[in-house]
Design a protein around this ligand. Sequence first.
Ligand SMILES: C[S@@+](CC[C@H](N)C(=O)[O-])C[C@H]1O[C@@H](n2cnc3c(N)ncnc32)[C@H](O)[C@@H]1O
Length: 262
Amino acid sequence: MTYNSDKNLEVTTVWSFPERGSWATHSSNFRGNFAPQIPRNIMEMFSQPGDYILDPMVGGGTTAIEAKMLARNILASDINPNFINKVNNVMGFEGAKVYSDLKVADARCLSHIPNQSIDLVITHPPYLNIIKYSDGNIPEDLSNIGSLPKFTAQIRLVAKELYRVLKGDKFCAVLIGDTRKGRHYVPLAFNVMLAFLKEDFILKEDIVKVQHNCKMTNRWGWKAKRDKFYLIMHEHLFVFRKPRADENISRLKQSTKNIYQQ
Ligand SMILES: C[S@@+](CC[C@H](N)C(=O)[O-])C[C@H]1O[C@@H](n2cnc3c(N)ncnc32)[C@H](O)[C@@H]1O
């Protein structure tokens, strides 16, 4: 599948990519990666060529590949050194001459990145422990946390660090899904959203991303019918804005009626 750059860009808050992009070195080998159309749309909307893009949980490298294709500089990191090795390999394709910094780092502590130096963040945290990204040998891997309050507290530390490195009036996009426990829906995405709002980000967009080819559908289909629940087939792509230094944050919070930030 090749990419026709001006067409195919999203214009609504519901995104659906039945066919995931397979241009450049993208592949579906990395379990739990997002479709390249996600970082591509976000970069086209919220950045310019030459900007510095950060993905601090880069996994299989989707954001890094798209950044290079769109002539953006990329800072990409992950807590798992195996993934960073693989991302180094997938970045070997012919493309724009960009600055590329691939590192093993904890998204809660990006001490190699100066304050207010990033133009756009695009990231995709683990969905609690639904997919584990290490065998328990990396204690900092957030996919080892099964408890929602503990996970949310750590995501808040990530949000704080992303706020520090992002320039004012720039954007931070976070893809995150929900889960179920017992008979109930666990609103992981809204908890993650709140963590970002509590760190003074302002909500710019809440995009519903339709899920396709979900392996869980086959596994859970019969159970859903028997126990009367719906299969989750969407994720949230939140886009947050960091206010400028001269903006009145408490007024902004009030005008966006952000009752959760009290
Ligand atoms: C959902 S995956 C990202 C997939 C990526 N968007 C892609 O397209 O390949 C989440 C990633 O977060 C990483 N991760 C987990 N805890 C982390 C932490 N504390 N700091 C940095 N990365 C972390 C995992 O190793 C995993 O690669």
